[in-house]
Design a binder for this molecule. Sequence first.
Ligand SMILES: [Zn+2]
Length: 430
Amino acid sequence: MSFIPEIETKSKSEIKSFQEELLVQSIHYLKNNSPFYQRHFATHQIDSKKIKTLEKLIEIPPTTKDDLHNFNWDFLCVPRNKISDYTSTSGTLGKPVTIALTEKDLHRLAYNEMISFACADANPNDIFQLMLTLDRQFMAGIAYHEGLRKLGAASIRVGPGSPQMQWDTIQRLKPTGLVAVPSSMLKLIDYCEQNKIDINKSSVAKVVCIGENIRDENLKLNSLSQKISERWQVKLYGTYASTEMQTAFTECSCGRGGHHHPELVILEILNADNSPVREGEVGEVTITTLGVEGMPLLRYKTGDMAQLFMDPCSCGRTTVRLGPILGRKQHMIKLKGTTVYPPAIFDILQQAKSISDFVVEAFTNELGLDDLKISCVSSDEINALKLVKDLFQSRLRVVPEILFTTPKEIEAMQSSPQQRKIQKFIDRRK
Ligand SMILES: [Zn+2]
């Protein structure tokens, strides 16, 4: 059985008309069931019957995170007793938003993750160890589990435990793959080295990498994934998803960006004026969900900045691919005229082999401008400082304040009771 849906190998024009058919159904559904979009159409004088093409779709003003936050329950299109699962956004920017899924949405989510895992060369014989939060209303946990189930593969729901617990489980159950945050893989590699274990003799052959980029904007492996690959010869696959869109963009073995699934979302990349960017330009990832029953979204601006790759992929899929998320729109930092997002700063710090952990803080300096303070842990502070300073100078033409501290202090800075993920970037700007 092939797990590549037929539509993902069709021509651009066939994909477009396929999406437009689904769009008409979606708009009709929203018009009848969504209090938020009924109001949105009325306020902006949108005749929903006329929205039949992707060109027409862009006449509808986008939906923002604020809309979803302020009118959360107006997005619900079904009675409360049809909800099967209450998930929430991580709340990295403000209060969490609830995304309610119906039974049908859970099936859609499982389908989405099944074809995403298939993109990452997963097959029914695979066993994936899930090294991520599985509770706390985190959608990804249930998505990976259900997707693997649908694929006919198996899950080991370890969650984000200590390297020792991860390793013991790898030894005991012999998973063929992991779903993990790349920096937690480094901790696992360190653990194995400290305990004289040859990690390359483990059963793990592939890793679906979540939460952090493994590539730079040119799709080359970044410092973090190079650091991993030098010490552990596993195949890495990047993936990007968000709770609101209930859809993932996962790389195939070609590693040329995350594949778009046209049966699940309409994808746009918008500039600051909410118009589509020109081909190859960076903009805000904006999605229209297809086939969502509980809380469908129309032209929802995710806040994530990325670019599209349109050239055909050698895996046989003709769908566009989404490049790595360069950063969140709100996290854009201006340093002496250079625009930079936190992942690019992380990449510099990850170049220093002796730096094992760090936190980047942005603040407003006395001149009212963006500034950075970096705290890190290193086993070789003098050389790490020199290397990192040189890299900042050459890449960003500015050297921020760099301090060294203890692993304990860094861990305290990174954790927050409200967050499911550790924070490597803290925005203290006014
Ligand atoms: Zn591909």
